[in-house]
Design a protein around this ligand. Structure first.
Ligand code: THU
Length: 142
C-alpha cells in the first residue's frame, strides 16, 4: 500500500508550489519548492537558496528536512517536490535523496508526472543500495 493516497499527494504538491514562492534562485533561474509531510500531519516547507559562491547553494528538499529536524521532528511520511514548471517532472537530486534516506528510507516522494498529474515514488526506488549505518559499521576497522 502506498504510504500516501492520491488526493493527499495532490494536496502536498500544491503545498510545494506555495513553498516555492520565496525561492532565491538568481543564478540558475530554477526555483524549487518542497513540502515535507511528517508523521503527525504537519508540513515543513522548503525552497532553494542560492549563493554567489555557487557551491553554497542549498536545495529546497534539504532546507525542508533541516528545518524539521532542527525543530525536533524526524519522522516523515512524504515529500513533494516541484521545479519552476508546476507540471514538469522534477526529481530530487542525489544529495537530497541521501539526506532524506537518513531519516526515512521508505519515504514517499511526490513529483509532477509531466502530464498534469502526480507520480508517487518510493525513496528506496530513487536511491537503491543507499549508503547507510550498516555500511558505516562494516567499514570500521575491528
Ligand atoms: N535544486 C533543488 O532545490 N533541488 C533539487 O533536488 C535539484 C536542484 C536547485 C538547486 C539550484 O538552486 C537549482 O535547483 C538548479 O540546480
Amino acid at each position: 500500500m502506498s504510504p500516501i493516497d492520491l488526493s493527499a499527494a495532490e494536496e502536498l504538491l500544491r503545498q510545494a508550489i506555495r513553498a516555492r514562492e520565496p525561492a532565491y534562485a538568481p543564478y540558475s533561474g530554477f526555483s524549487v519548492g518542497a513540502a515535507l509531510l511528517d508523521a503527525h500531519g504537519s508540513v515543513h516547507a522548503g525552497c532553494n537558496v542560492e549563493n554567489v559562491s555557487f557551491g553554497l547553494t542549498v536545495c529546497a528538499e534539504r532546507i525542508a528536512v533541516f528545518k524539521a529536524v532542527s525543530e525536533g521532528v524526524r519522522d516523515f511520511r512524504a515529500i513533494a517536490v516541484v521545479g519552476p514548471d508546476d507540471t514538469a517532472a522534477c526529481a530530487p537530486c542525489g544529495s537530497c535523496r541521501q539526506v532524506l534516506a537518513e531519516f526515512t528510507p521508505e519515504l514517499a516522494v511526490v513529483t509532477p508526472d509531466g502530464e498534469g498529474g502526480v507520480r508517487i515514488w518510493s525513496l528506496a526506488e530513487l536511491l537503491p543500495a543507499a549508503f547507510d549505518r550498516t555500511d558505516l559499521q562494516a567499514g570500521r576497522p575491528s
